[in-house]
Design a binder for this molecule. Structure first.
Ligand SMILES: Cc1cc2nc3c(=O)[nH]c(=O)nc-3n(C[C@H](O)[C@H](O)[C@H](O)COP(=O)(O)OP(=O)(O)OC[C@H]3O[C@@H](n4cnc5c(N)ncnc54)[C@H](O)[C@@H]3O)c2cc1C
Length: 566
């Protein structure tokens, strides 16, 4: 097998993130009636759109704006309301009902609607509990024009399912620079870990960088060869172990290289210690990084969700937001009943897809005959992460679109050193901040966030203190002038990859007609990242599979219009 120059991007790609955002702004607009139906069912038919910032009125320069120093705990709901119905219930029928409007649910809706395109009277309905669609792929725009992704995330352009589903040109993806800068304990300067092939000018510096040994840098080549020469399926057939063991025993990297590079880099992706990350997932993600770039879309990560929303609308999917499903059950004869205690609505459908996170799926599915004991089974552990955003006037301390890692292994994750990684999104794309200003994103892993529970001011102070030691020339500005825009805490950011009852490391996803290894009743499907890999790609591929299966199933059933006429 040939190792071309992109191979070496290993390190590079690994550390890449950032991208080209443009500021966007959100407004709620009424969802128009779908082409194939009469009118929106209720006031809750609100659909969330986020036009580009540049299309809105001019931005006003920021730093004088208010800081949000409370911690915004965000993420999919993991409780299921038990409130009984008290008021009049409205009823509606659909061919397929999808519960959850994250990227997996949106994809499932698109695929189901496409599958039913030729069936007269067929319709697809998507129910989302929140007022916004997109689930964990979300961004918001501050009043003064900064785009904040809800938790630092990157779009990996090589994701196979993303390539099939999304229009990359419209997303206007911009790559991170290969490589990373690493903060070491003994150094005032940040140390560069570069790709010697993509960035030959930095080869010497990289080889001499005090991050790992010369041997470590050579060991990277067989790793690249392995992931490049195998298909994704073959990588998922490799013997499964944890990533730490694989890096040491299989690939022969030194503790130093692991501590200073792999640990901060991979923990920033998987939010778990290396010993709890899947070696197969490591190979998969390493392949993705070595064959393409980590990028960010022009409008922030939410533009991925927005593109799916648009596709769903075009395919004729009806979307109801603010519609939290409280109960699902089997119909008297066949099909399913879906209830929302909050909106006093009941939906009936021959086919249903549960596209929520794993915890909610487990609780909802316990309403299905034969699955009642799900509530007593252990839940898949969820991993958490935090993100702080700072706005400031003038140049960024690092004027390259590159990820900056905390390589101070022994202190990472402690209260004194909460930062895992830093980047300046506005350096990659000036749409992230108004002209003349910049935005800094700081990722703090869940373990460190928990040490600051209820103490946002202390967290802010610890982060500033730490960044002041990384960017010494800007120390005074960081401590006194940078404006904290927001702190996010996402308690269930990703399902655990390696251990637990349903680890998210399944190539192609678990069969969508099973849950916890047991076959679901005909017409019922499940999708989401917990059913595949805990990645955007996993959610998309799982959604696509479930949507196709539901569409196929509903094709054989009478459509709601036919049922009503009968
Ligand atoms: C901070 C962060 C960073 C990440 N970074 C990356 C990255 O860099 N690269 C990558 O590939 N992946 C990343 N991920 C993972 C990726 O975003 C997720 O795997 C993916 O978005 C999961 O999508 P989903 O549709 O399966 O679930 P979700 O997005 O959780 O969607 C589920 C939806 O169901 C809704 N819902 C829940 N309960 C109900 C109910 N009772 N009734 C109706 N609706 C309900 C929720 O509101 C939600 O909209 C990141 C995740 C986070 C949180």
């Amino acid at each position: 097998m040939r190792i071309d120059k992109r191979c070496c991007v290993l390190l590079v790609a690994l550390a890449t993130e950032v991208g080209a955002f443009q500021v966007i702004r959100k407004t709620n607009v009424l969802l128009p009636p779908m082409r194939n139906e009469q009118a929106p069912v209720s006031k809750t038919t609100l659909h969330y759109r986020i036009p580009f910032f540049g299309q809105e009125e001019e931005s006003t320069p920021p730093p004088e704006g208010d800081s949000d120093i409370s911690i915004d705990t965000t993420g999919p709901t993991d409780t299921v309301e038990k409130t009984p119905f008290r008021a009049k219930i409205t009823e509606e029928e659909a061919s397929v009902v999808i519960i959850g409007g994250g990227v997996s649910g949106l994809t499932a809706a698109i695929k189901a609607a496409e599958g039913l395109k030729k069936k007269a009277g067929a319709n697809v309905l998507l129910l989302e509990s929140e007022s916004q669609l997109g689930g964990r792929v979300m961004s918001e725009t501050t009043a003064d024009g900064y785009v904040l992704d809800k938790g630092f995330a990157v779009f990996i352009e090589e994701y196979p399912e993303a390539k099939k589903l999304l229009d990359y040109d419209a997303l206007k993806l911009r790559p991170f620079l290969p490589g990373a800068l690493v903060k070491l304990k003994s150094r005032n300067q940040l140390v560069r870990v570069a790709d010697p092939i993509r960035d030959p000018a930095d080869t010497l510096n990289s080889l001499l960088a005090p991050v790992g040994s010369l041997l470590d840098k050579v060991e990277v080549l067989p790793l690249i060869f392995n992931v490049r020469s195998k298909t994704i399926s073959e990588l998922f057939e490799e013997r499964q172990t944890d990533t730490e063991t694989a890096l040491i025993e299989r690939w022969g990297f030194s503790d130093d290289f692991i501590e200073k590079f792999f640990k901060p880099f991979l923990e920033g992706i998987y939010l778990a210690p290396l010993s709890k990350q899947s070696s197969r997932m490591f190979s998969f993600v390493f392949k993705m990084f070595s064959e393409g770039s980590a990028t960010l879309p022009q409008g922030g990560m939410v533009s991925v969700s927005n593109q799916l929303i648009e596709k769903a609308e075009k395919a004729g999917v009806k979307i109801l937001v603010d519609t939290k499903v409280s109960k699902i059950s089997a119909g008297k004869e066949e099909g399913f009943i879906i209830e929302s205690a909050k909106t006093k609505q009941r939906f009936k459908a021959p086919s249903m897809i549960v596209a929520t996170d794993g915890h909610v799926a487990q609780r909802l599915l316990s309403g299905i005959p034969g699955f009642e004991n799900l509530g007593e089974l252990p839940e898949q552990p969820q991993l958490s992460v935090g993100c702080l955003y700072y706005a400031f006037k003038g140049s960024a301390p690092v004027e390259e679109p590159i990820l900056i890692l905390n390589g101070i292994g022994d202190a990472a994750g402690t209260k004194e050193y909460p930062v895992n990684n830093v980047c300046f999104p506005s350096v990659v794309n000036d749409g992230y901040a108004p002209p003349g200003y910049n935005l800094c994103s700081v990722t703090v892993l869940g373990t460190a966030m928990k040490l600051f529970e209820g103490q946002p001011k202390e967290l802010d102070a610890a982060v500033r203190r730490q960044l002041g030691t990384w960017f010494r020339e800007e120390r005074s500005a960081i401590l006194n002038e940078w404006q904290l825009k927001k702190i996010y805490f996402i308690p269930n950011a990703q399902p655990a990859q390696l251990n637990g009852p349903s680890p998210a490391n399944v190539n192609g996803g678990r069969p969508s007609n099973t849950f916890r290894g047991k076959e679901l009743p005909a017409g019922l499907f499940v999708c989401g990242d917990h059913m595949a890999t805990a990645t955007l790609n996993g959610a998309l591929e799982s959604g696509a599979g479930a949507g196709q299966a539901a569409g196929k199933y509903a094709m054989k059933k009478p459509s709601p219009a036919a049922t009503a006429a009968a």
